[in-house]
Design a protein around this ligand. Structure first.
Ligand code: KIV
Ligand code: ZN
Length: 538
């Protein structure tokens, strides 16, 4: 199996979603899965179906919608493999099969810990029991699905001799991919390389299956370890966009793919990823999880191609190769200015959005177009990044229970920050409230809280300019939590950052409300505090 092609297995929707607070709604997961398919990933790990009915439903939807149809713009003609994770139990494996069976290329990924520390303290099982359970699980998975991946969890700290034994046994039971996880991000590159080489050399049958690597980033070595494993013979790499995942995260897809591409001559390897989409998909994941992208993040950070020092700038002017090992356009980091102005038509607007991976239709397209017109009125030039921010705002997959109608703030050094907010409520009426706060955003959030009467605590607030310039769109993302439920996140963009902040908070609040099971009863009917829009103060 030692060709030069490295399969890219994206687990942003499974391991990535396990990052604290990174949970996505089913609609967001579907949007991410579509983007991953267009990016050209070979395998999408769509979730952990046994975790909850919602997770199962999300995996099923992805299998049906992304795992069936040929994906427009995808480098490979075929839809990607859709994979579901399962512990080595009948219930989990059957749930995983239920989740992925609707895909053209379904895969069940089952795992069981093999390190002494995990077997003793977590599983409370001896080696022979673990081996028997793994074989049983793989055989069951294989009776359901032709494509079965097995992972010996914590392989990085497992006894290699036991790994050879259990891996040989699961190959016999029908495993087609063996994934070797460095679950706790403990190994060093030379150790991980030796582990993979040892598995290939000493496991009967290993040369007939795909060997995969899955490295965590606790010591910042996930990409280095993945590359070391690939150079030792692995031909699948598991990774996540922006490196999101448990604790310090997983190997970052964009870093790994660009290392393989940029150092292609030395490595003699290739992937099927359309690298020009990397920045866009990175932004989508950041928005969907509300995990900001650090400016110095390799490949996709805002500064990844910025040159500040005079010496560097001088070199760049003379020849970009002096300080740039990759071209910004190769990772989609260039700011294309849309040659559309406020007189441009809806068709050109819609065509550009489709090219950018945001095919909008009907009412959503109409709303996005109206927002584009408003923006074009206020902003000199509209960039692709602005369009993406607008499109993702309008395409918000969260039910819009509360929406912003109007807002006015007064703030500064001469008095208390005050906000008047008018919202469209779930009862169909307008509701108005004014509040004071420590600053304008606080005042707006207090007014919204008073109207929605659904208390949430603000866990995180991030604000970024989408593009350069004083007239840039401000993009706000927030994470909120109601009681001790799962946290929800929201995102909003506007040239007015207070408006963007209000939109983001409302999106987070709406998601929290939807998670909670809908609107509190006091809003089911038009409430006494509501205002008839016709009679509302102007
Ligand atoms: O890190 C890990 O061990 C995992 C397995 C489930 C593959 O995520
Ligand atoms: Zn993992």
């Amino acid at each position: 199996m030692n060709t030069d092609y490295v399969r890219i297995f994206d687990t942003s929707l499974r391991d990535g979603e396990q990052a604290p607070g990174a949970s996505m709604t089913s609609a967001e997961k579907l949007e991410v899965a579509r983007a991953l398919a267009r990016l050209g990933v070979d395998v999408i790990e769509a979730g952990f179906p046994a975790a909850s009915p919602d997770d199962l439903a999300a995996v099923k939807t992805i299998a049906a919608e992304v795992g069936q149809a040929p994906v427009s713009g995808r480098p490979q003609a075929d839809p990607p493999v859709i994979c579901g994770l399962a512990r080595c139990t009948r219930g989990d494996i059957e749930a995983a099969w239920e989740g992925v069976r609707g895909a053209r290329h379904p895969r069940i990924h089952t795992f069981l810990a093999t390190s002494d520390i995990h077997m003793k303290h977590k599983l409370r099982m001896e080696r022979p029991q673990v081996l028997a359970r793994a074989v049983e699980g793989v055989a069951l998975a294989r009776s359901l699905c032709a494509d079965v991946e097995f992972s010996p969890e914590d392989a990085g700290r497992s006894d290699p001799a036991f790994l050879y034994e259990i891996l040989a046994a699961v190959i016999k039971a029908g495993a087609t991919t063996l994934n070797i996880p460095d679950t706790v991000g403990y190994t060093l590159p030379d150790e991980f390389s030796a582990l993979i080489a040892g598995i290939i050399a000493n496991t009967p049958g290993a040369k007939d299956v795909v060997i995969s690597v899955h490295c965590h980033n606790d010591l910042g070595l996930a990409v280095a370890n993945s590359l070391a494993g690939i150079r030792a013979g692995a031909r699948q790499a598991e990774c996540t966009i922006n490196g999101i995942g448990e604790r310090a995260g997983n190997a970052s897809l964009e870093e790994l793919v660009m290392a393989i591409r940029t150092r292609g001559e030395k490595l003699g390897l290739r992937t099927g990823i359309d690298t020009r989409q990397l920045c866009r998909v990175s932004k989508l994941i950041s928005r969907s999880t509300s995990y900001p992208i650090p400016p110095n993040k390799a490949i996709v950070g805002a500064n990844a191609f910025a040159h500040e020092s005079g010496i560097h700038q001088d070199g760049m002017i003379k020849n970009a190769l002096t300080y740039e090992i990759m071209r910004p356009e190769d990772v989609g980091a260039t700011q294309t200015t849309l040659v559309l102005g406020k007189h441009s038509g809806r068709n050109a607007f819609s065509k550009r959005l489709t090219e950018l991976g945001f095919p909008l239709e009907g009412e959503v397209l109409a709303r996005a177009f109206a927002a584009f017109k408003r923006l074009a009125d206020r902003k000199k030039s509209v960039h692709d990044a602005d369009l993406i921010a607008l499109a993702s705002d309008e395409r918000s997959p969260v039910p819009e229970l509360w929406t912003l109608e109007d807002l006015q703030v007064s703030c500064g050094t001469m008095g208390l920050a005050t906000a008047s907010v008018r919202l469209h409520g779930p009862d169909g009426a307008s509701h108005v409230h004014a509040a004071i706060g420590a600053g304008p955003v606080d005042a707006v959030y207090k007014a919204i809280d008073a109207l929605a009467r659904f208390p949430v605590s603000l866990l995180e607030f991030n604000i970024n300019a989408v593009t350069e310039g004083i007239d840039a769109l401000g993009e706000v993302s927030v994470r909120v939590r109601h009681d001790d439920e799962r946290s929800s996140h929201g995102h909003g963009a506007d040239t007015d950052i207070i408006v963007a902040s209000a939109k983001a908070y409302l999106a987070g609040l709406n998601q929290a409300l939807a998670r909670h099971g809908g609107i509190p009863s006091q809003h089911a009917q038009k409430s006494a505090a509501s205002v008839d829009p016709a009679k509302a103060p102007a």
